[in-house]
Design a protein around this ligand. Structure first.
Ligand code: FAD
Length: 640
């Protein structure tokens, strides 16, 4: 079989469906370019607006052109319009941010007050859901789904009363979770089937070699880890060290007393431990680092040894007396995860869609619920109608939120127009970092608290392939690619939840789901927050063409040996860049232990009159249940 190999993958044919809307009916619109996406949407006719359906947009998504410019002008240059046209709209509640926390705030407010309460949700993107975004492709008569951000949900019984009850209201109860498990193929690791194989894909000459088996088990000395490690194209002495480390053949901290060991694992970086104690070389460390990079964002240079191990990095069995302690905690964590992680084919976007449809039934009048949420097309023109109690207004960036007498004035910019509305209450479910610019009247202490954390950047790409033949020959649905720009690669969701019919055979078109952490992992010095900022800047400095080149290179090297031809086989690429991703959580190497109530997020999230603060930043926890809990707290504050 002729193999297609190139150092820098050439792109000779530009027949990708990038930067256009692929509507079910084949309707096309420009999505970005010299004009912002927001402006291009605003210039279309009412008939065309019926085709407004952002999930099918390809090209650069996530923080797309048109979504961030207004906020950046405010945050970086202190610039915003001088005057605003008042719309004479008064709401009971205005929510800034249409992510899971903002949508949940609207939900809790209605529930606690009146289903007819008038609520407006503003979001700067052209789609709702925040990180919970849906990517949808139509090709060869099939719909193919994937996710542009938040992936998994948990059993409502693990969520706490407030967040769990919201899931149950949406129909996601214990029975539904069990059904989602049954709908998920046993080899689909990202969907919670952790028994499925996890590969390791490494450069081997000009091509990449994928070594199958279950590397998450091999990391912990389970299965035939020796044979797997021996296949790695790395120096023999490095293989010996990995085998000894995975198998726990010695205690790598055996010269330290118990107390000093405890200090060591809490005060040294995981990667420094690998380098100094395990004897791995700088070139070998990435093999272990890909796990932390995608799970958490920062690399092993910014995690303590204990933090790294507690989220599943290798080393459980190589710490002597600590091993039993850590092993017991980690085993419990892994059991919990395996039993409860669940996923819709578009990730948590289905949860956002369920919430929106319950509050604004007109977006999908015939939708039943979780049984058809994945396959229902939403009518976005129904989101912001004056005759409904809840409205979602997209492409709208809040730039000023101020209490004026007995109401809150909210200034925002929608498609270049400065507009203003009023509300009795306001919940800020946007990023903490922007709030000081929205509310300059806050105290310096509160502004400092809000400015402290830095969100964790990511890039998630989805690549539509003509068929799944080459990918199927990899032998795994999910693999680590430690030396590539996208460090985790998986088949897009293959579960049948929400009414979805995933690809079933190698001849069907498929979507490859690729995940990248742009945070420096090469030992660059700095606090985690410094490095997260660098990662964010890298995202903004990278063009769609940069990502396309990386994706083609990586997939060609991985799959070329199985007959893949990137020029013929790749049919569309969607790059979801997420410069403001996971909420920041405190890092053992950088952050002090604050007294109760004195941590920056606790000072930052205090109620500010008629304004309360939700979002996951306010909980320093990057999970959907935290988004719900924060929303509930903010609503309770306003209704006291
Ligand atoms: C790549 C990735 C994967 C994840 N995977 C999971 C997972 O598997 N499970 C899980 O539980 N959690 C996951 N999360 C965490 C996720 O962040 C939370 O679950 C939750 O979705 C966060 O919701 P939020 O509303 O707090 O924030 P966001 O989703 O960030 O929503 C905030 C919204 O406010 C908007 N906004 C900001 N400023 C303004 C303004 N001035 N005007 C108008 N709008 C504004 C933002 O653009 C955004 O749309 C993941 C996150 C990321 C980034």
């Amino acid at each position: 079989m002729a193999r297609k190999m190139v150092m820098k993958t050439k792109i000779t044919r530009r027949d990708l469906l990038n930067g256009i809307v692929i509507g079910a009916g084949g309707f096309l619109l420009p999505a970005y370019g010299t004009e912002s996406a927001a402006r291009s949407w605003s210039s279309v006719s009412p008939e065309a607006l019926a085709e407004y359906y952002p999930p099918t947009l390809t090209g650069m998504r996530g923080s797309h052109v048109g979504s961030f410019e207004v906020a950046h002008a405010l945050a970086w240059q202190g610039q915003k319009p001088d005057s605003y046209k008042s719309l004479n709209e008064h709401y009971d509640l205005v929510v800034v941010g249409g992510g899971m926390s903002g949508l949940a705030a609207a939900w809790y407010y209605r529930k606690k007050t009146d289903p007819a309460a008038r609520i407006l949700i503003l979001d700067n993107h052209d789609d709702f859901g925040g990180h919970a975004k849906r990517n949808e492709f139509h090709y060869k008569g099939r719909m193919l789904l994937s996710l542009g951000g938040a992936q998994n949900l948990d059993n409502p019984s693990n969520y706490g009363d407030v967040a769990g009850s919201l899931l149950i209201d949406l129909g996601i109860d214990e029975a539904a979770i069990a059904q989602m498990a049954a709908n998920t193929p046993d080899d689909y690791v990202l969907g919670g089937k952790l028994g499925g194989d996890v590969g390791m894909t490494v450069p081997d000459g000009e091509e990449h070699l994928t070594i199958g088996g279950h590397w998450l088990k091999f990391f912990h000395g389970r299965g035939d880890y020796r044979a797997a490690v021996r296949k790695l194209p790395i120096p023999e002495n490095q293989k010996d060290k990995l085998v000894a480390f995975f198998g726990g053949e010695k205690d790598f901290l055996d010269d330290l007393s118990l107390t000093k060991k405890w200090d060591y694992v809490n005060n040294n970086s995981y990667n420094q431990f690998l380098l100094d104690r395990v004897g791995l070389s700088i070139d070998t460390i990435p093999i272990l680092d890909a796990h932390l990079l995608i799970l958490n964002g920062p690399s092993g240079w910014n995690h303590t040894v204990l933090e790294g191990i507690l989220v599943g990095s290798p080393g459980l069995r190589a710490l002597g007396w600590l091993a039993d302690f850590v092993d017991s905690i980690a085993a419990r964590l892994i059991d919990d995860l395996a039993g409860e992680i669940r996923m819709f084919p578009d990730g948590n976007a289905s949860v956002a869609r369920l919430l929106v449809q319950k509050m604004i039934p007109g977006v999908a009048p015939g939708m039943k619920g979780i049984e058809d949420v994945a396959v229902t097309r939403f009518d976005y023109s129904a989101l912001d109608q004056s005759d409904q109690s809840v409205r979602v207004r997209l492409n709208s960036t809040a730039v000023g939120v101020k209490e004026v007498g007995d109401y809150v004035k909210v200034d925002y910019v929608q498609q270049g127009k400065p507009l203003s509305i009023a509300a009795s209450h306001c919940v800020l479910a946007c990023y903490n970092n922007l709030i000081p610019d929205l509310c300059p009247e806050m105290s310096e202490a509160q502004k400092n608290g809000l400015s402290y954390g830095v969100r964790v950047p990511f890039v998630y790409a989805n690549v539509l392939l003509d068929n799944g033949q080459a990918f199927g020959r990899l032998g795994v649905t999910f693999t680590h690619c430690p030396y590539d720009p996208f460090q985790w690669v998986s088949a897009a969701p293959t579960m049948a939840s929400g009414g979805y019919e995933p690809p079933r055979g190698p001849d069907d078109p498929m979507v490859v789901f690729m995940m990248a952490s742009p945070t420096p992992a090469d030992g660059t010095k700095g606090t985690t927050r410094d490095l997260l900022r660098m990662g964010r800047h890298k995202i903004y400095a990278s063009t769609f063409d940069d990502y396309e080149q990386q994706i083609r290179n990586q997939l060609q090297r991985m799959l070329g040996r199985y007959g893949f031809d990137h020029e013929a086989d790749i049919k569309a690429i969607t790059v979801n860049r997420i410069p403001h991703g996971y909420a920041y959580w405190y890092q053992g190497l950088d952050d002090p232990e604050w007294e109760e109530g004195q941590a920056p997020h606790e000072i930052g999230r205090q109620q500010f009159g008629r304004i309360s603060i939700a979002n996951t930043d306010s909980e320093v926890t990057p999970y959907m249940n935290a988004a719900f809990d924060a929303a509930h707290r903010a609503v309770e504050e306003q209704l006291q």
